[in-house]
Design a protein around this ligand. Structure first.
Ligand SMILES: NC(=O)C1=CN([C@@H]2O[C@H](COP(=O)(O)OP(=O)(O)OC[C@H]3O[C@@H](n4cnc5c(N)ncnc54)[C@H](OP(=O)(O)O)[C@@H]3O)[C@@H](O)[C@H]2O)C=CC1
Ligand SMILES: O=C(CO)COP(=O)(O)O
Length: 335
């Protein structure tokens, strides 16, 4: 396959998910990936040794398919798809200096399960607004999938959601390989909000686990939380959707129960008595649910949906209330 015929993809972000996505894409015979990451030392290391020293360092990154770039412009120039894989809180800073013209004739893929803090915007909405990209030229990568399991080539499923069926189908093809099955779906908002909210639930699961609650309680917490996510998503974007499918329930389950979940780990530290600041300092990785909790609670001032789990996490993380007391209170609201 010549360079001219290859699929050109830019990946923005140097963390575990960006590294895993590149591994998946490299399974395609005909891709050329340009990868922007902010760390100059990581860039140098990847150029020399073809592994990311900071995240998923076992993953081999073929130099035939992957070119690392320290300039954002070089990464996105000529790309058909631009995949955003930095935590939501750093999207604005990472894309600083880019304008509408840089996104012309490109489709933007959000691999992010978070909201732009301060603006309380979904990443696809924010991109559409800020860079005048048509919403139909955006899509999201969702579904229950931890980067660490991709690195181990454990069978995984992804959902590619877009309002544009052709984009969802085409990009699903690029994300399907020996160990990943990606399926298209047309519910962009529902999938994106569910992916944001499941992180908050995983924080709650971590907190209760850290406090000493067991599996019996967590099952009740997760099933109540699933109803909560359904209520919120329906209030914002009412339509028929199968909430028990893997893009919604599946992602909630893996994040709530997996040893690899950053959000669960963060919550667990808070439940065991770490302050929020100390837990953040302890973790190199980012727990999106921390930011999402604030965004969803602020948004909900308008929608007034009953969100007992999200409100409880907010009270612990942002009002500095005792996790013990907040969970005692939550217990009375579950069924
Ligand atoms: N990891 C996973 O399994 C999955 C993650 N996602 C989503 O992917 C997105 C990216 O997360 P993930 O790859 O896991 O992140 P990680 O927690 O693995 O890595 C953190 C990333 O954030 C960057 N970062 C940290 N602080 C800053 C800062 N102040 N300014 C700019 N960048 C900073 C790091 O860059 P540096 O190394 O230079 O510090 C690194 O790229 C999130 O929205 C997450 O929800 C979605 C599905 C699965
Ligand atoms: O979204 C994920 C798995 O589907 C990753 O969740 P964490 O960020 O909690 O690790």
């Amino acid at each position: 396959m010549s360079f001219l015929n290859s699929r050109k993809i830019a990946v923005i972000g140097g963390g575990s998910w960006a590294t895993a996505i590149i591994k998946i894409l490299c399974e395609q015979p005909n891709v050329q990936i340009r990868w922007w990451l902010r760390s100059k030392t990581d860039i140098e290391h990847i150029r020399k040794f073809h592994h990311n020293p900071s995240y998923l360092s076992d993953v081999y990154l073929s130099p035939k398919k992957v070119k690392v770039c320290d300039q954002m412009n070089d990464a996105i120039k000529g790309a058909e798809y631009v995949i955003l894989a930095v935590p939501a809180a750093f999207v604005e800073e990472s894309l600083h200096g880019l304008q509408h013209k840089h996104f012309k004739a490109k489709r933007v893929v959000s691999a992010i399960k978070g909201m732009i803090p301060g603006e309380n915007a979904l990443v696809t909405d924010w991109i559409a607004d800020k860079f005048q990209v048509a919403l139909a030229d955006t899509c999201v990568i969702a579904g229950p999938c931890h980067a660490e399991e991709v690195a181990l080539e454990k069978q995984s499923y992804l959902t590619i959601a877009s309002t544009n069926g052709d984009t969802a189908k085409d990009f699903s093809g690029l994300m399907t390989c020996r160990f990943v099955t990606a399926k298209p779906l047309d519910d962009l908002y529902g999938v994106e909000y569910a992916a944001v909210m499941k992180n908050i639930v995983a924080l709650a699961c971590g907190i209760t686990h850290g406090l000493g609650y067991g599996d019996n309680f967590q099952a009740v917490l997760v099933s109540n939380a699933m109803q909560e996510i359904g209520r919120f998503v329906t209030a914002l974007d009412p339509r028929e959707r199968e909430m028990s499918s893997s893009a919604y329930l599946g992602d909630l389950l893996v994040t709530a129960y997996s040893q690899f979940s950053r959000n669960r780990l963060f919550g667990n530290m808070v439940g065991r008595g770490y302050s929020v600041k100390a837990a953040q300092l302890e973790m190199k990785m980012i727990a999106e649910g921390y930011y999402a909790t604030k965004s969803i609670c602020e948004m909900n001032k308008k929608y007034l949906v009953n969100l007992p789990v999200t409100n409880s996490v907010y009270r612990i993380l942002y009002e500095d209330l005792s996790p013990v007391h907040v969970m005692e209170d939550l217990k009375k609201q579950l069924n």
